[in-house]
Design a protein around this ligand. Structure first.
Ligand SMILES: [Zn+2]
Length: 283
């Protein structure tokens, strides 16, 4: 039953929208530093991610890495951890609050509490032209969590083993020599690389549409700390029709690691963990 409408409903709805966190209170994006470093950088490694599978990669603090579209339009689900402590990991929710539902050049990928520091900074995005379309959709979202076999089973009653959650779990298990049971809790909410998503304007439901990514497009990051990454080539392919099944064409993704000249990074230093004293008001 719909609730009764109060007489001052319009006035209540007309309250101004206040942006919760002011981005200008964060450290400024130093485009001069990163642009100079980018010019000098050389590729030192690359890792291929097979379709409907995931792979891991390591990036040292001070290096750049790119996620590159190859062969066909394909979405990737990215997890990031502190390479020395898997309990520090990418915090999709706070990244969304600090920046926006979709991220691009100049935005940072933040780690979870209590560290809450930039893990990586986005330094180039060939899809930044997309912006937000007439449906309110954008690219590279931090709103979706990742396709997973549990939600799929809940909705369809069948097992599917190549959802991004499972791909990331298998990849981390192999890389870190952990059992699947040990690895799975480390898998976390992702950056949906190249995925085009939004909320419907009427019911505010999460939707996806075919990604605008094409072979040769890439998103580039600067590693602020030593990182372990895992990337899944989503079984949804370009996520223009379905996911959590083998119905859609799927393509590999490429991760490239780049080393800039050391003297181009003068003035940059690894961010420290968050400065809050962690007493939480208890005496
Ligand atoms: Zn997926």
């Amino acid at each position: 039953m719909t609730s009764s409408i109060p007489s001052d409903a319009d006035a209540r709805r007309a309250e101004p929208a206040i942006v919760c966190y002011e981005v200008n209170q964060l450290p400024a994006y130093d485009s001069n530093l990163f642009d100079t470093a980018r010019v000098s950088m050389k590729k030192v490694d690359e890792v291929t991610v097979a379709p409907r599978d995931a792979n891991t990669f390591n990036v040292k603090a001070g290096q750049f890495f790119r996620i590159v579209s190859v062969e066909g339009s394909q979405v990737g689900d990215l997890n990031l951890w502190n390479a020395h402590n898997l309990h520090e990991r990418f915090f999709s929710g706070k990244t969304r609050q600090l920046h926006a539902t979709h991220v691009s050049t100049g935005d940072r990928l933040w780690s979870n509490l209590p560290s809450l520091r930039p893990m990586a900074t986005i330094t180039h995005d060939t899809l930044s032209w997309y912006g937000f379309d007439q449906d309110g959709a954008g690219v590279h979202d931090v709103i979706g969590t990742r396709c997973d076999p549990y939600t799929n089973f809940q909705l369809k009653g069948v097992d599917y083993h190549y959802c991004c959650h499972s791909n990331l779990t298998r990849a981390l298990s192999v890389h870190s020599n952990m059992t699947l049971e040990e690895a799975e809790p480390h898998v976390h909410d992702v950056l949906n690389v190249f995925m085009c998503t939004g909320f419907t304007l009427d019911t505010h439901q999460y939707f996806m549409k075919a990604s605008p990514v094409r072979p040769g497009d890439y998103i580039e990051f600067f590693a602020e700390i030593d990182l372990l990454g895992a990337l899944s080539a989503c079984p949804g392919g370009n996520c223009g029709s379905s996911h959590s099944d083998d119905a859609t064409p799927c393509y590999p993704l490429l991760v490239e690691i780049y080393q800039p000249e050391a003297d181009t990074l003068q003035g940059w230093q690894q961010p420290a963990v968050n400065g809050y004293d962690r007493t939480h008001g208890a005496g």
